[in-house]
Design a binder for this molecule. Structure first.
Ligand code: UDP
Length: 236
């Protein structure tokens, strides 16, 4: 496979790991992702991954039920570590080596993240799964993935979702919504589109990291995006 990108940062939401169940980890979905990821590594692409934790816990939702926000966010960050361990295990099962890095030191669950260790992993053909978000409360894993994508010098950030791109309105609610094939960071902001939070979008814009939003739940789509097929929405 010829690819447009040598090194990517793949962002998966925690919710997508839950599959149809809406909560927890759906092993079929997890294994399907592992399969797609191992295929692109085999084609020579260097892959770093950031996974969310929304299938297990979100600090903001916890705060609305009386949790201390910082503790809730710490729980959310730990949730991303759980998801990352699950994905690394699924990758191992399909013969794809992966290493979990953690934003906060919790060796031996993962190795403490550093840009250079993550890059060395990718250069060895391992998938670098960078967990724990930014390590700080009041951030999201979208921001964490923008940050890590910039740090590890990824060519693009791929946001795998269950929707096949960015629409003028929520296509699950508004049947007249139309899809953008590409859109600027500024237009995402001025149109108030809910692609990623503003901090993440601003980081990508300031550092010139393009984003592609695409449907990761259809097998083979990850490879299609990498080969340059215009199946998602490019934010530039
Ligand atoms: N989180 C945080 N700091 C970070 C990243 C994540 O505090 O840098 C917490 C926050 O509570 C968030 C939760 O971890 O709600 C799970 O992440 P996120 O909501 O981004 O997951 P996703 O929506 O992608 O499943």
């Amino acid at each position: 496979m010829r690819t447009k990108y040598n090194r990517i940062l793949l962002k998966l939401s925690g919710e997508s790991l839950a599959g149809g169940k809406g909560h927890g980890i759906d092993t079929e979905r997890l294994n399907a992702y592992a399969q797609q990821i191992s295929e692109i590594v085999a084609s020579g692409v260097q892959v770093a991954i950031v996974i969310g934790g929304g299938n297990i816990f979100r600090g903001l939702q916890g705060a609305s039920k009386g949790f201390d926000r910082v503790k809730g966010d710490q729980m959310g960050m730990l949730a991303t570590v759980i998801n990352s361990l699950a994905l690394s295990s699924a990758l191992g099962a399909v013969g794809q080596p992966a290493k979990v890095y953690t934003a906060i030191n919790m060796f031996p669950i993962g190795e403490h993240y550093s840009k250079w260790r993550a890059i060395e992993s990718m250069e060895r053909g391992e998938v670098a799964i960078i967990s724990g978000g930014t390590g700080n409360p009041f951030f999201t894993t979208d921001t964490g993935s923008a940050l890590r994508g910039i740090e590890v010098e990824a060519d693009v950030m791929l946001k795998g979702t269950r929707v096949d791109g960015i629409y003028t309105a929520d296509p699950e609610k508004d049947p007249t919504a139309t899809k953008f094939s590409e859109i600027t960071y500024d237009e995402v902001y001025t149109r108030g589109l809910k692609v990623m939070d503003l901090t993440a979008t601003a980081l990508c814009k300031e550092n010139g990291l393009p984003i592609i939003v695409f449907d990761m739940d259809t097998p083979g789509n990850l490879a299609r995006v990498l080969s340059g097929e215009p199946i998602g929405t490019l934010v530039y």
